[in-house]
Design a protein around this ligand. Structure first.
Ligand SMILES: Nc1nc2c(c(=O)[nH]1)N[C@H]1C(S)=C(S)[C@@H](COP(=O)(O)O)O[C@H]1N2
Ligand SMILES: [Mo]
Length: 415
């Protein structure tokens, strides 16, 4: 079965050390060490150069990217987080993927209003200032679009983890609890559903069961400590932890309380999985346990040759924390328990590592997440057996990357 600290891991610890020593010996006499470099010969830029800092110019290639053929218009489209270039668990604000149905609404904060109506004692309208007077909370949550990995249902399509898994971000939200705001209006006992509506031209809206609304949903106005980016719903968005991204209404303008779910416009909120037998899989809001290796991956090949090699990736579950992630380098013949490092938070991305000594032979890399309910991330074939191949949503199947002896990585499938 699984070995916690199996032989391969112990072997790495010794050979890794030796490889490290050999590497530095070979670099003795390296002119980048022996010569005085340009950046040490003159003064650098002063503190008044940039009021708002930007990444190093050497990181200019780290960008969100879209797939132009995916949608007809770039206002109703999606771009992808460059997962292969990030580490840790937090998505930098400028790299958080975007999904808009009518482009980015630009709302001056003074003109922001949130209305609460329907089955409430007192219909109310809040300004941003009003909202910020409720008790504030800080939570790190992942947001995954329902369509993440959707293009991969029928087989490997896109050669890069940015495109196969990048409809996802993970930031720390500061905001207020939805239940506190709803309590101010007083939800009537018949109030079982909440309609959340956005202020953008699409007026995207979704129905959310009251139980979830009163549990852990938030109205957030900060991400990673600063104001929400316009792309992410400035000045306020709904946070629906662990549930599909479509429900996280941006530019939140109205909450209506009702006694049943609303009928929504198909093009903005139909995220229903069509099954092999023609039935629909509805009300599948919770994102099941999933993981992916972000490096090596097709956009991040192994460039250093054989020897000491680090595999890293992300694991997450809408049901809670990730107690365990397994990694295989031989297509599932042997599984090794990966090392999860960094915060292990409820409904947040988890970062895992697996260090090993690569012999330079081809590899088949996979990762597999476990959640606290005992659920184990399934293979794509296992998912297809249950749901068929017509679905575009909720693909949480195991991803396979092949690595050839040159370190080149491809999106493949094995059965
Ligand atoms: N008002 C509004 N809210 C919205 C959307 C939108 O187009 N308009 N898109 C939804 C979808 S489908 C997703 S996946 C998430 C994307 O959030 P992001 O742009 O912060 O990544 O927002 C959701 N909330
Ligand atoms: Mo989405």
């Amino acid at each position: 079965m699984h070995n916690k600290s199996g032989p391969s891991r112990r072997k790495f610890l010794t050979t890794g050390l030796i490889a490290g020593v050999a590497g530095s010996a070979a670099r003795a006499g390296d002119p980048t060490i022996t010569n005085v470099q340009p950046w040490a010969q003159e003064l650098g830029k002063g503190v008044d150069e940039r009021g708002y800092g930007l990444p190093s110019p050497h990181e200019a290639h780290v960008l969100r990217k879209s797939v132009p053929w995916l949608t007809a218009e770039d206002t109703s489209s999606i771009n992808f987080t460059p997962l292969h270039q990030l580490d840790g668990i937090i998505t930098p604000n400028g790299l958080a993927f975007e999904r808009h149905h009518s482009g980015v609404a630009e709302i001056p904060p003074a003109d922001y209003r949130l209305m609460i109506n329907g089955l409430v004692d007192t219909p109310m309208v809040f300004t941003l200032q009003d909202l910020m007077r409720f008790p504030r909370y800080n939570k790190v949550y992942f947001l995954e679009c329902t369509a993440n990995s959707g293009m991969e249902w029928r087989g490997p399509q896109l050669n890069g983890v940015q495109f196969t898994h990048g409809m996802m971000h993970n930031v720390m939200y500061t905001g207020v609890m939805l239940r506190d705001v709803l309590a101010a209006a007083g939800v009537k006992s018949e109030g079982k559903w909440l309609l959340a509506e956005g202020a953008d031209a699409a007026g995207v809206s979704r129905s959310i069961p009251m139980e979830k609304a009163l549990d852990d949903c938030m109205i957030a106005f900060k991400m990673n400590g600063e104001a929400l980016r316009a792309e992410q719903g400035y000045p306020a968005r709904l946070v629906v932890p662990g549930w599909e991204g479509n429900m996280w209404i941006k530019w939140l303008r109205r909450l209506e309380i009702g006694d049943q779910p609303w009928h929504h416009r198909e093009e903005t909120s139909r995220y229903t999985d069509l099954m092999a037998n023609g039935d629909s899989r509805r009300f599948t809001w919770i994102m099941d346990a999933k993981s992916v290796i972000t490096e090596p991956s097709p956009q991040a090949p192994i460039l250093h040759g054989k020897g000491q090699t680090v595999i890293t990736g992300l694991a997450w579950s809408g049901h809670g924390v990730i107690p365990r992630v397994d990694v295989t380098v031989d297509g599932g013949i042997n599984w090794h328990q990966a090392r999860v490092d960094g915060p292990c938070l409820d409904k947040s991305l988890h970062r895992f590592y697996f260090e090993f000594d690569w012999d330079g032979k081809p590899l088949l890399l996979q990762s597999r997440a476990h959640d606290t309910t005992g659920y184990v991330q399934p293979t794509k074939d296992a998912l297809r057996k249950i749901r068929g191949v017509v679905s575009n949503y909720h693909n949480n199947g195991i991803q396979t990357w092949s690595v050839d002896s040159d370190g080149v990585v491809d999106n493949v499938e094995i059965s």
